[in-house]
Design a protein around this ligand. Structure first.
Ligand SMILES: Cc1cc2nc3c(=O)[nH]c(=O)nc-3n(C[C@H](O)[C@H](O)[C@H](O)COP(=O)(O)O)c2cc1C
Length: 196
């Protein structure tokens, strides 16, 4: 059973990916769970153009990295969970993240293929209170529209991390704990739902 962790920062191997990896590491500790890390940095993923191509087929008129790389991962029946990690941009998700969310429309239109996938959100901001929770909430709304099962970090809304912690991101112990707790919660909920 797999969890897709998606980093929605345009910057490769920076704070969003760092926090995501902490979350996925915790998820992998749970027996039976594998993870896939996918970074949107340097990928070519356009916004949805509402052409309605996906009304009649599970595909997309835009032949970019979403169609070629992400759609195959998302439609794999072994995929049971999704962890979306985004930097906070102006109190919300990055534009790369929004493009990814909108491009998942074919999965909804062709039998709600993300239904009952366990989903959680991690947001990294430059400020301690820079809009991480608002960003998480915005993404929760999108995931509800896909009929995902949303989980928290077992305590609040998801994972909230602080890139510019005075002692460095790696010392944002509270934030990184929320990341690990979110990864663990997604994995544990997948197991609960898939009990034999
Ligand atoms: C366009 C832009 C807008 C931003 N807006 C916010 C914001 O509203 N709140 C905040 O806390 N940080 C904000 N930041 C800072 C980023 O969220 C922060 O640097 C984040 O860690 C970047 O992730 P990355 O290192 O993975 O690229 C903004 C950064 C950019 C480039």
């Amino acid at each position: 059973m797999k969890i897709l962790g998606i980093s929605c920062s345009p910057r490769k191997e920076k704070s969003t990916e760092y926090c995501l990896k902490k979350a996925l590491l915790a998820a992998e500790k749970i027996d039976g769970i594998d993870t896939i890390t996918y970074s949107l940095a340097q990928k070519n993923i356009n916004g949805c153009i509402a052409c309605d191509y996906c009304r009649s087929q599970l595909g997309c008129s835009q032949k970019d990295d979403f169609l070629n790389e992400l759609l195959p991962i998302l439609k794999d029946p072994q995929l049971k969970g999704i962890l979306i990690a985004t930097p906070v941009y102006f109190g919300s998700m990055s534009s790369q993240c929004k493009a990814f969310i909108d491009r998942m429309l074919p999965l909804r239109r062709n039998g709600f293929m993300l239904r009952n996938k366990v989903a959680g959100v991690l947001a990294v901001g430059g400020s301690r209170n820079g809009g991480q929770e608002l960003t998480i909430q915005a993404l929760h709304a999108s995931l509800l529209i896909q009929d995902c099962i949303i989980v928290s970090d077992s305590s609040h809304f998801g994972s909230t991390c602080w890139e510019r912690h005075p002692d460095g991101l790696e010392n944002d112990t509270i934030g990184l704990e929320t990341a690990a707790n979110l990864g663990k919660k997604i994995a544990e909920t997948i197991l609960l739902l898939n009990k034999a």
